[in-house]
Write a protein that binds this ligand. Structure first.
Ligand code: PLP
Length: 421
């Protein structure tokens, strides 16, 4: 008698294969809120593994705003934003985001992943070309895959290689360059000013994902583009549909032309509300016509329930804090620079990190996970990152700093890491 067929039996083998290669992941349970400390699987640890960079995820002001919105508007949104899901808090958040970013308009998505997965296919299609940095986040990669455009992947931050590709792509109907501004695993920065120049020169659109930079980089916390004085100058009263690129562009990471140059409209900025802003959701900001188009055509906006009103209200409270408390981002980046130097002095390879994300590049997945386990035994949560999140041979410990880390916590981490060199 033949045994009953099991159409899911392949999963056992596939999981065993992950296990053999040191790539099987486990779900963990956090207890309570997380900040500079975290309770995981029953243990209290110093937390160097969260994206809550400004320490807002457990801030009482966000919780109070969320409670008030939930009482006013209910907990769930009940429908997609184009049906009946877009409540007052959503509309207010979009208005505040546009003000914060200095753009005409903004559109809020249920998550940053959804923003990337929806926006890219709404911008390029069959007959178009999309150019993606090799180290882009999975959500950008998937957005590019969902678009029917021809895909070109350029080596990480290599604008010469990108230029060669874009130059050859004149026959495509539209061209779109897609990049993280602050790379989520390596903590390094994209040469956004140079990319904007290329986009202008070759009549391409430029989509930048500021997920890890929103709230942290730039004089007003708008992100890496703001450090380069590169913003959509589409706020009311400014030259419509143009990008200005200023002079504060450092060295090779810049290449920006002298102050006063005006770039044609091509910049599409994406951010998340889930990391430094301590809430949830993603957003895109830009010109009114861009946002109108995306509200009509980005499928993850049109066909997904709007985020809970409480989440929007918490994000509004976070934007206020980012405006009023610049010391949070200033202290964070100053501490990150100090920690990076100390770890480099110990002989760790921190790559090209220039941010609050500091990788310790180890190489092999098994060694990386052993180090993460040893750190955990010593009282620290520092996640080990393996393929496919990073390329083969580049497994790393990802240290992310938050505003609430004290000098004593950093000293303790440096001392523990010193024991593993
Ligand atoms: C660069 C980048 N973009 C987008 C996302 C997705 O954002 P969210 O977590 O809000 O879905 C992430 C998440 O880690 C990210 O690192």
């Amino acid at each position: 008698m033949s045994s009953t067929p099991d159409p899911l039996s392949w999963i056992d083998e596939a999981l065993a294969d992950l296990e053999r290669r040191g790539l099987r992941r486990q779900q963990v349970v956090r207890r309570g809120a997380q900040s500079a400390s975290i309770s995981m699987d029953g243990r209290a640890l110093i937390n160097f593994g969260s994206n809550d960079y400004l320490g807002l995820a457990a801030d009482e002001r966000l919780a109070a705003a969320a409670r008030a919105a939930a009482e006013r508007e209910g907990w769930g949104s009940g429908a997609s934003p184009l049906v009946s899901g877009r409540g007052e808090s959503h509309a207010e958040l979009e208005k505040r985001l546009a003000e914060f970013e200095g753009t005409e308009a903004a559109l809020v998505f249920p998550s940053g992943f959804a923003a990337n997965a929806g926006v890219i296919p709404a911008l390029v299609d069959d007959g178009d070309a999309v150019f993606a940095d090799a180290k882009n986040h999975a959500s950008l990669i998937d957005g590019c895959r969902l678009a029917k455009a021809k895909r070109f992947v350029y080596p990480h931050c290599d604008w010469d290689a990108l230029e060669a590709l874009v130059r050859e792509a004149g026959d495509f109907r539209r061209r779109l360059i897609v990049t993280d501004t602050l790379f989520s695993m390596d903590g390094d920065l994209a040469p956004v000013a140079r990319l904007a120049e290329l986009a202008e020169q070759y009549d391409a659109m430029l989509l930048v994902d500021e997920a890890h930079a929103t709230g942290v980089f730039g004089p007003n916390g708008r992100g890496v583009c703001e450090c380069h004085e590169l913003t959509n100058a589409t706020a009311p009263g400014s030259a419509r549909g143009q990008i200005r690129c200023g002079t504060r562009t450092p060295g090779r990471a810049g290449g920006c032309r002298p102050n006063g140059d005006i770039y044609p409209e091509c910049l599409i900025r994406i951010g998340t509300l889930s990391k430094a802003l301590g809430s949830g959701g993603g957003f895109v900001c830009g010109s009114r016509r861009l946002i109108d188009w995306l509200a009509n055509r980005a499928r993850t906006y049109v066909f997904s329930t709007a985020q809970p009103p409480a989440t929007s209200a918490a994000a509004i409270a976070a934007l206020e804090i980012v405006k009023k408390e610049p010391q949070r981002r200033e202290l964070l980046l100053a501490r990150a620079a100090e920690l990076r130097n100390r770890l480099r002095e110990q002989g760790w390879n921190t790559g090209n990190s220039a941010s609050q994300i500091i990788p310790l590049i180890v190489g092999e997945p098994a060694r990386t996970m052993n180090l993460a386990a040893s750190l955990r035994d010593a009282g620290f949560f520092v996640p080990g990152i393996r393929p496919p999140t990073v390329p083969e041979g580049e497994s790393l410990l990802r240290i992310s700093l938050c505003y609430h880390h004290t000098p004593e916590m950093m000293d303790a981490l440096v001392a523990a890491l010193g024991r593993f060199r």
